[in-house]
Design a protein around this ligand. Structure first.
Ligand code: AMP
Length: 318
């Protein structure tokens, strides 16, 4: 793994720097990308700094918008990915057209795809790593830099609830907050849902099946989504809903896509689930992962595996 100083030296060498993040972006993907881009622009006004990705920011466009990029922009460019553990999830696919590739991430390093990387899978958010990088290299942290980074940390810590949240996280967000950003606005932008999304959360509770082990699942069909007029990305707001129930310790939310396959969300309060996700074209963190299922048979298989690890976890903790 490289040091922050080595990454900074690489940045100094290039006049074009293009930043990528993962597909179906969440606040941490967009926040880490935007925070780094904005600080680089302030420190190096003569360099060309671009944010690349499919235009799939959707409801999160308040964090950042993408710049238009073409293959020609990558000639002799430095490319940096943030918050993206594997190449399949990098948005967009021009990322390998540059001169040199750096990965800055907090997912387990299952695919070390870059020429240089800084990966800390204990960090609760890639945005926290970027904030640490900016502080270590004495880069500008103005309110416009702090805003997306704070959003990324709030998003990936579940508003400071998940176990990777540490004293250091609070010292980082205190520094970001000291720039004068509106932390209430950011938290509301992340957690407020539309009336329709709230109805979808109610659907999840209605459709949910709970196993005696404490594992649970819900399927959101295309028909249910169409009835409410939401797409599968907007359905992500339902993913943490089952976890609010005390007796549920691990759960899947399956969201049917228009092609009849399923986007799979795994969440857990203890049982490790990223190894399960890896078996189904997915991956992620120990307690928050995503995957894909081709059909209902694979959906059933995925939940059976979740029940198994939940039982084992319960037995080990009795
Ligand atoms: P999600 O359920 O989509 O919110 O994703 C939870 C976590 O798993 C995030 O950290 C994602 O980056 C990661 N993740 C989601 N889908 C995949 C996938 N197909 N492959 C690898 N990681 C994923």
């Amino acid at each position: 793994m490289s040091t922050f100083a080595e990454i900074y030296q690489k940045i100094e060498q290039y006049s074009t720097i293009i930043l990528h993040r993962h597909t179906s972006p969440d606040p941490d993907a967009l926040g880490s990308q935007a925070g780094l881009a904005r600080s680089l622009k302030l420190r190096f006004p003569d360099k060309r700094i671009l944010c690349a990705g499919e235009n799939d920011e959707g409801d999160l466009a308040w964090i950042n918008r993408m710049d238009p990029v073409t293959k020609a922009d990558y000639q002799g460019a430095l490319v940096i990915t943030t918050d993206t553990g594997n190449t399949a999830r990098i948005s967009n696919k021009l990322y390998d057209q540059g001169d040199f590739l750096i990965k800055i991430d907090h997912h387990p390093d299952v695919e070390p795809y870059a020429d240089m990387s800084y990966v800390d899978d204990q960090a609760p958010a890639a945005s926290q790593i970027i904030a640490d990088f900016l502080a270590a290299e004495k880069m500008p942290i103005t309110a416009e830099v702090a805003y997306p980074l704070y959003a990324g940390i709030v998003g990936d810590t579940g508003r400071f609830m998940y176990p990777e949240t540490t004293e250091h996280t609070f010292s980082v967000v205190a520094k970001l907050a000291s720039t004068g950003i509106n932390i209430t606005e950011i938290a509301r932008n992340i957690s407020d849902v539309t009336f329709v999304q709230a109805k979808l959360q109610a659907d999840v509770l209605d459709y949910m099946e709970v196993d005696p082990s404490g594992a649970a699942y819900a399927i959101l069909s295309q028909a249910a989504l169409e009835k409410l007029g939401v797409d599968s990305n907007q359905a992500s707001c339902t993913v943490s809903t089952p976890g609010r129930i005390k007796d549920i310790i691990a759960w899947n939310v399956f969201v049917e896509k228009p092609d009849g396959t399923y986007r799979v969300h795994y969440r857990s309060k203890g049982p490790v689930i990223n190894e399960l996700a890896a078996k189904h074209d997915g991956g992620g963190h120990a307690l928050a992962s995503g995957a894909n299922a081709q059909d209902l048979a694979e959906v059933k298989q995925i939940f059976a595996e979740l029940v198994q690890v939940t039982k084992e976890y319960q037995e080990a903790h009795e």
